[in-house]
Design a binder for this molecule. Structure first.
Ligand code: PHE
Length: 383
């Protein structure tokens, strides 16, 4: 039997404990009823459709998880910051999200140059980061162990384009026109060149410009003189549209080739008919009949009355990979999330994902043809 004294002290300790736990629990609930995730996106600027699609997708995702909440009913809030596709801005808003908003992780940015500027900041703060779309290999290798992505990388994308143009289009001579100040553009240009030459083709022109340039006539005149079978334009839709118009008006009728940066509802709005007779590699096709794609298209359509592009698909996937990692970590501890991210193994809208040692998913690509002012599914390419 317990003595009265012992009983009294047991009781008081229990009571004290209850008071402390009570207070503690209250503060914890107040502070962490919400799980904040930073989202760094180009919501305005030259690639604004990318940021808008990404934000649309993340909102659908948050709504889906917030019906029940995660980790005992906590709600997910994406805190959005606009980097306008300017790497210096990406760094500033990353600091703000980490230091002021105290986000537990970051989704973003979109362009490789922007994600390259966020990676080291996330790494220093030990905040897990996942970019939906940045395909340049350096994003994760330079960013380090806290930086992941939801997309394939450009050595793969360059190879897919080179093989497709030599094997499927029978191209022997390729010209390339790329932006020297854009990591994505430089990388894709170089990986394509290497693979195209390995496939027995010849790169007859390798011309450059700078971000923001609007007159490409000098480079295109040089390119025209080499009569290429294909012309690779590894840039984003706005610049690609401009270049395509100038190329066609100089009489270049070669098939145009591009990468994922072409995927925008504004591609034809900027480039018009000049974009026809083109092919670009991409991350997903709305024509895919997998359950993940069908469900995602239905949800996106219901919310926004439009078909989601690859930006939306990858952003949805990136957010989902991250939230699932938080759930399987059972906590918002950065290292636990990072380890759970590395152990990802699931099927998403853009395909099945597991990570290699550099935190890159291995996954397939699709080729889209631009024809009669529309994007048409051409083929699927596995790694
Ligand atoms: N891959 C591009 C980059 O790294 C970004 C992008 C992805 C743009 C997908 C459009 C669609 O900069």
């Amino acid at each position: 039997m317990l003595s009265k004294k012992l009983l009294a002290s047991v009781l008081s300790i229990t009571l004290l404990g209850a008071i402390f736990t009570g207070c503690g629990a209250k503060t914890t609930t107040e502070e962490s009823n919400e799980i904040k995730i930073g989202a760094i996106l180009p919501l305005t600027g030259d690639i604004a459709t990318f940021g808008q699609s990404a934000k649309n997708a993340l909102e659908i995702l948050a709504e889906e998880y917030n019906k029940e909440g995660i980790l005992d009913g906590k709600k997910i809030t994406f805190v959005y910051e606009d980097d306008e596709n300017k790497p210096a801005n990406s760094a500033t808003v990353a600091q703000k999200l980490i230091n002021n908003d105290k986000v537990v992780a970051l989704v973003g940015s979109i362009a490789s140059s922007c994600s390259l500027s966020v990676g080291p900041i996330a790494a220093d703060a030990k905040i897990p980061m996942i970019t939906p779309t940045s395909t340049n290999p350096k994003v994760t290798t330079e960013g380090g162990e806290y930086v992941f992505r939801a997309c394939f990388i450009d050595p793969f994308q360059g190879t897919v384009l080179a093989k497709f143009s030599s094997e499927d289009l029978g191209a022997k001579k390729a010209a390339v026109l790329y932006d020297v100040a854009n990591d994505y553009s430089v990388g894709l240009a170089e990986y394509f060149k290497k693979s195209f030459e390995e496939a027995g083709g010849e790169v007859v022109a390798f011309e450059t410009y700078n971000t923001g340039d609007a007159d490409f006539n000098a480079q295109l005149t040089n390119i025209k003189a080499t009569s290429p079978d294909v012309l690779l334009l590894p840039d984003y839709y706005n610049t690609v549209g401009l270049i395509a118009k100038q190329a066609r008006s100089l009489g270049i009728d070669a098939a145009l080739l591009g990468g994922d940066g072409w995927d925008s509802p504004d591609l034809f709005a900027v480039g018009g008919d000049a974009i026809n007779n083109g092919y670009f590699s991409n991350h997903y096709s709305p024509d895919d009949d997998s359950k993940e794609v069908v469900d995602f298209i239905a949800a996106y359509n219901a919310a926004y009355n439009e078909t989601p592009d690859a930006l939306a698909a990858l952003s949805y996937d990136a957010g989902k990979i991250l939230i699932e990692a938080i759930i399987s970590a059972g906590s918002t501890d950065a290292d636990a999330i990072k380890d759970a991210l590395a152990a990802t193994d699931g099927t998403f809208v853009s395909g099945s994902i597991t990570y290699d040692a550099d935190r890159n998913p291995i996954k397939g690509a699709v080729i889209i043809k631009t024809e009669d002012g529309k994007q048409v599914f051409e083929k699927k390419v596995n790694p």
